[in-house]
Design a protein around this ligand. Structure first.
Ligand SMILES: Nc1nc2c(ncn2[C@@H]2O[C@H](COP(=O)(O)OP(=O)(O)OP(=O)(O)O)[C@@H](O)[C@H]2O)c(=O)[nH]1
Ligand SMILES: [Mg+2]
Length: 220
């Protein structure tokens, strides 16, 4: 009983903080995206491509969530975007309080799209709202096409799904049509972007969709 109560309290406190983050984004028309995937699916590579593809039209900033180190933050800085590294020191996900603290390090008035790269994990990040406008989930071909069916919660919450590393499809048994069917069964209308960060194929559709989402969001 006690354990259940504690968990509820943690989640309720997180919801409050997430609502505060969401309000900070909302007043500025700043589109915040919670980017979630398994380790190595290509989150940081997609960010590097997204920063390059949207610049100078849109200003992208990044909060990098990792258990330890600043490897990904260095890559984002080299790509030319403002970045804050958050270390969870063992934690398997970011929470809204960590994002709140990181926001203090950014000039939010100079940002159009804020992407929060969550800790590589398809499970725990599904439980914690960060105040984002939507969650974007990246699945990559070498992981296997059974992942949507095995980790349905995160796919059901996704506001967009990227299927990355399509350049490797021929080298794997990943069945793109099956993965798409399974994703649609869980989340019928979710926008789906098969692409390769390596070759750039399919990337434009993602970039244009993201820019359109930001324009739509900034109107409200
Ligand atoms: N072949 C191929 N490799 C890719 C593609 N996108 C990313 N990679 C490679 O996949 C590896 C992992 O990419 P990252 O972007 O670091 O993945 P990540 O999801 O940010 O990983 P973590 O932050 O550790 O969870 C790197 O070696 C990338 O070069 C792609 O489209 N095709
Ligand atoms: Mg990364």
């Amino acid at each position: 009983m006690t354990e259940i109560k504690v968990l509820r309290n943690i989640l309720a406190a997180n919801e409050d903080r997430a609502a505060q983050n969401r309000a900070r984004f909302g007043v500025r028309g700043l589109l915040a995206v919670n980017l979630i995937a398994s380790p190595g699916a290509g989150k940081t590579t997609l960010l590097e491509r997204t920063i390059a593809g949207l610049s100078p039209r849109l200003r992208v900033a990044v909060i990098e969530g990792d258990i330890t180190g600043d490897h990904d933050a260095r890559r984002i800085a080299a790509a030319g975007a403002a970045v804050v590294q958050v270390n969870t020191e063992g934690g398997c996900h970011l929470d809204a309080a960590m994002v709140d603290r990181a926001l203090g390090e950014l000039d939010l008035d100079a940002v159009d799209i804020l992407v929060i790269e969550n800790v590589g994990n398809l499970v725990c990040p599904a439980e914690f709202d960060l105040g984002e406008a939507f969650k974007a989930v990246v699945l990559s071909a070498p992981e296997g096409d059974d992942k949507p069916a095995k980790y349905p919660l995160i796919f059901s919450e996704a506001g967009a799904v990227v299927v990355n590393k399509t350049d490797l499809l021929a080298a794997t048994d990943f069945d793109l049509a099956k993965a798409e069917r399974d994703i649609r069964r869980i989340n019928p209308d979710v926008p789906l972007f098969p692409l390769s960060c390596r070759t750039g194929q399919g990337l434009d559709a993602w970039l244009e969709w993201l820019a359109a989402r930001r324009a739509e969001y900034a109107k409200h």
